[in-house]
Design a protein around this ligand. Sequence first.
Ligand SMILES: [Zn+2]
Length: 169
Amino acid sequence: MKVPICIFDAKTGVLCPKCESRLKNGELTKIDVECSIKLIKLSHKNQDIDKFTLISSQKIDEDYVLILKDSNVSHINANDNLINSFEKEFNGKVWFVEANSSIRRFLENLFFPTRILKTNMIWLPDGNPVTQVTIERKDYEKFFNTIEKIKKIVNVVRNMELVVKISGK
Ligand SMILES: [Zn+2]
């Protein structure tokens, strides 16, 4: 497993001088440190987590977003036991994102288990591009609060505006 701080630091919960200075100069955030420590703890109980490479992390409202490299987030999202152990350890919702995945895949991972019917770019009257995702009405109504969170995550992680459209409207 790889995390943004030294494995030893993550195990002990104390940063070495090198990581401490990376934290001071903004290369690392407190959330990165917090998530690294939690991930190490979880990896002792679960071999799948031991294969993770955590690139960085974000805290958006009370939710955590973990940006992973070379992980298949669809497999993680489909593993209820894994998700449960994360939410227990993080004491809240944890979102998984693949570093460098395509926009389509990135959005599919966030919307899971909601099916995305279509992803396309649209241009606002002011000329700014936004990404538009089309889903079914029943999903829109059921996951309304989640969708609002996804919009924030997309904005923070990929610096993109997201519009969610209901199919057939
Ligand atoms: Zn260190």
